[in-house]
Design a protein around this ligand. Structure first.
Ligand SMILES: C[S@@+](CC[C@H](N)C(=O)[O-])C[C@H]1O[C@@H](n2cnc3c(N)ncnc32)[C@H](O)[C@@H]1O
Length: 260
């Protein structure tokens, strides 16, 4: 039995209990990613009346990557989409927002699976991309249910893990390999709170996230060394580690371990 299988055996039964919070010290509900992002989607048009698509406001400026959404999407396409997604690929994106990155993935691949915890975000992406070659899957934040095992050539998670707690990231990393086939390429982008920009972001919101109360869209207290430990422990092969293109964060291109 490989490392990944051993880890999955240890971790999955506990996670599948659904985290009802019975043992002492845990509350009835965890981080409300779903509510926070549904609310964002509902309020988006009032907050950003001049913008065309949800996600045009994510310019990459705070992360030090770009000044405009056009520049940021060009960077995403040139660095992370064109080199890894080919025309026959089925691509999974976890956390689609309003489809900013999904549009690129759809254009380069054959089929796109959009998975998101927030139904309103999936609706926004659907309005932008339509249904031709695109599937939409509402996920629960624990399991990646509804995505067929061994159906994905490339998995993408961009500008989403930057808001997800390290243990939730680790959980997704345990579940992705079973979905992968072929080249099993995964691209994961997460925050690095020990970079200068990451540290400034941490200082800007630490006092709003105390006693385990944590807003669903807060910045994740995550680092590149934590991610490296997660990936190597689970048997991912590291192809690229990039802490320069988006200086606040870290992007990994990895190959998922093969699951029998
Ligand atoms: C900032 S948007 C990123 C959108 C897109 N990837 C892009 O590059 O434009 C974050 C998205 O992740 C989703 N999300 C947040 N927490 C999640 C979780 N735990 N599991 C799956 N999706 C999540 C949100 O609903 C939202 O659609």
């Amino acid at each position: 039995m490989g490392t990944l299988q051993r880890v999955l055996r240890r971790v999955l039964p506990a996670q599948q209990s659904g985290g009802k919070g019975k043992p002492g010290g845990t509350g009835p509900r965890g981080v409300d990613y779903e509510g926070a992002w549904n609310q964002y989607a509902r309020q988006w048009s009032q907050r950003f009346p001049g913008l065309r698509h949800l996600g045009d406001e994510w310019t990459g400026q705070e992360a030090g990557a770009a000044q405009t959404v056009e520049e940021y999407t060009r960077l995403i396409e040139e660095k992370y989409v064109t080199p890894y997604v080919t025309k026959d690929d089925t691509v999974l994106e976890i956390g689609v927002g309003g489809g900013r990155t999904a549009v690129l993935l759809r254009a380069h691949g054959k089929r796109l699976i959009c998975a998101d915890i927030a139904a309103d975000m999936l609706a926004a992406t659907r309005e932008r991309l339509g249904d031709d070659g695109v599937d939409y899957v509402k996920i629960d934040g624990i399991r990646l249910a509804g995505i067929e095992p061994k159906s994905v050539d490339v998995a993408f998670c961009f500008d989403t893990m930057v808001h997800i707690e390290p243990r939730d990231i680790y959980n997704y990393l345990t579940r992705v390999p079973a979905l992968m086939r072929g080249r099993r390429i995964c691209l994961f982008h997460h925050s690095n709170m020990l970079s200068e920009r990451g540290w400034n972001r941490f200082l800007g919101e630490w006092d709003k996230n105390l006693m385990g109360k944590r807003h669903g869209r807060s910045f994740s207290v995550m680092t590149d060394s934590i991610m490296e430990r997660f990936l190597t422990h689970l048997g991912y092969e590291i192809l690229v580690k990039d802490t320069e293109s988006i200086p606040r964060d870290c992007v990994w291109v990895v190959r998922a371990p093969e699951v029998d």
